[in-house]
Design a protein around this ligand. Sequence first.
Ligand SMILES: C[S@@+](CC[C@H](N)C(=O)[O-])C[C@H]1O[C@@H](n2cnc3c(N)ncnc32)[C@H](O)[C@@H]1O
Length: 333
Amino acid sequence: MKRICIRVLRKKGEPVRRALLEMDLLDNSLRICTDGESLCLPLVREPHENELWEIPGEFELSGYDFEPQKEQLKLEDFLGRVPHFEVIGDIALIEDDVPEPEKVAEAIMKVKNNVRTVLAALGPVEGEFRTRRFRKIAGEDKTSTIHREYGCRYYIDLEKAYFTPRLATERSRILAQVREGQTVVDMFAGVGPYSIMIAKKSPDIRVIAVDKNPDAVEFLRRNIELNSVSNVEAIEGDANREAERFSGLADHVIMNLPHNAHEFLDAAMRLCAPEAIIHYYGITPEDDLFGSSLELIGQAAGRAGRIIEVSDTRIVRSYAPHQLNVCIEVKVI
Ligand SMILES: C[S@@+](CC[C@H](N)C(=O)[O-])C[C@H]1O[C@@H](n2cnc3c(N)ncnc32)[C@H](O)[C@@H]1O
């Protein structure tokens, strides 16, 4: 099976293999091969530019025709089905209503070499700080970990602050729109996944990251250090109030508080420099994906004496039956 791979000198292969495993980039369904002096490590996808910096030593990206693994352990072999779960750092999350959670957890730990803990969510994300409670099903008793995403690392405590890996692609899409010299205000920054990834793109980008949850901001500050970025200002506070200080400065305003973002639209408008882009996230019903939200954004623009041009509307992911997580992007003139 032809696949993109990392080619590295055999004697330098092990640290590279470990790094790829941690980044969830190594394709475990294929056999690692030797080709002369080199080791070819199969990848699940093309690495992001930031991820390439995380791979130690010298290597090259190339292609190779791989053999499948002979005796690859699969969840189906243990369970007869593939349960829904996600992995954050070395923690796997399953839903609390999964049948036979202990059996599922045991199977995940056997198949996923990097998982040390399996937690079940005790309910949905809730409250002002958008946090969840968990119970441990298997492994170490912990809710904190370090998660890697597109070459950045994040300290996270899943019970203390919001984080989801499901927005990784979305974050990289916003990243592509930010240019050197611009200022970004991340109004609901959490532990910093948008802010830090954007800041890492260039030291000439200024990022102002606000969150009301003191624990999230503590993690955000640790993550700024962990990723060695010096162009993120971490601010603990209410986004409506903090926006006053940065009037007219932002070229991009990120509003990732999907249930309540509309309550912060006047502040977002105040933040906007001419031609700034607001990236507005909402949870909307499938029969009114963008219309009502666009009306609210338009009304806020009117109150601020501004005009908007819609640059993009898209579905980010499904959220609940008949409800979708959407992103609306408008240019504020
Ligand atoms: C859905 S989370 C998004 C976090 C982050 N952007 C991410 O993608 O992981 C929303 C965040 O908004 C924060 N928040 C809620 N109300 C706020 C407010 N009035 N001002 C600033 N932050 C707020 C919460 O603490 C939470 O961290």
